[in-house]
Design a protein around this ligand. Structure first.
Ligand SMILES: [Ca+2]
Length: 192
């Protein structure tokens, strides 16, 4: 019990988290590191580092980050090297994105790779979910209980700009209250 309280405390107070993801898609990538942090003004930043195990590939550019409700996406442009390839050199490229000020909520980040020769050929590489604040505490009273679940349930099925749509109950901010918002709140039931 005490252990879980400590974990929750960390979740509430941390302003930094990172994920290490071994790449499972194509291209010469070895792994992808995500670092995500929030400064004192609740402005979020994300650094993505791509590490290549195959010197036949390198990175030729990054796209700016896009946002659709709580979904963020960024793209990395890969190129195959031409000419002599230096063996046994691990290449890495790192890039930081400013995500602007984020409200409390659950955010979904997806990294796509874009083939330079086929700019419309997007390959989804990795998806990561970040929590800002304590999103399941809908009414902001410091605990997730039946009142929070009731607030989400009452707005269930509502979409912007309908009258019973409730922005704070839209935990996964996509303009509608659906099963994802209900299940997220239910999973965190009892947390303080
Ligand atoms: Ca939603």
């Amino acid at each position: 019990m005490r252990f879980s309280i400590i974990l929750i405390g960390l979740m509430l107070t941390t302003s930094f988290c990172s994920f290490h993801v071994v790449n499972t898609s194509e291209a010469g990538l070895w792994y992808v590191d995500f670092e995500f942090w929030i400064d004192g003004n609740q402005t979020a930043f994300m650094t993505v580092t791509l590490v290549f195990s195959d010197t036949g590939y390198n990175l030729t550019g990054w796209e700016t980050i896009g946002r659709d409700f709580s979904n963020f996406s960024g793209a990395a442009h890969f190129g195959g090297w031409e000419g002599n390839i230096v063996l046994y050199v691990i290449c890495y490229e790192s890039h930081s994105f400013s995500l602007g000020q984020l409200d409390e909520g659950v955010y979904i980040f997806t990294l796509f790779s874009v083939h330079d020769d086929f700019p419309y050929w997007y390959t989804e590489m990795e998806t990561r979910i970040f929590e800002v604040g304590f999103p399941a505490d809908i009414n902001d009273d410091g605990k997730v209980d039946i009142k929070d679940v009731a607030l989400v349930a009452r707005a269930y099925g509502a979409e912007e700009p309908e009258l019973n749509y409730n922005r704070i109950a839209d935990v996964y901010y996509d303009g509608k209250i659906d099963i994802r918002d209900v299940s997220y709140t239910a999973i965190h039931f009892g947390e303080t």
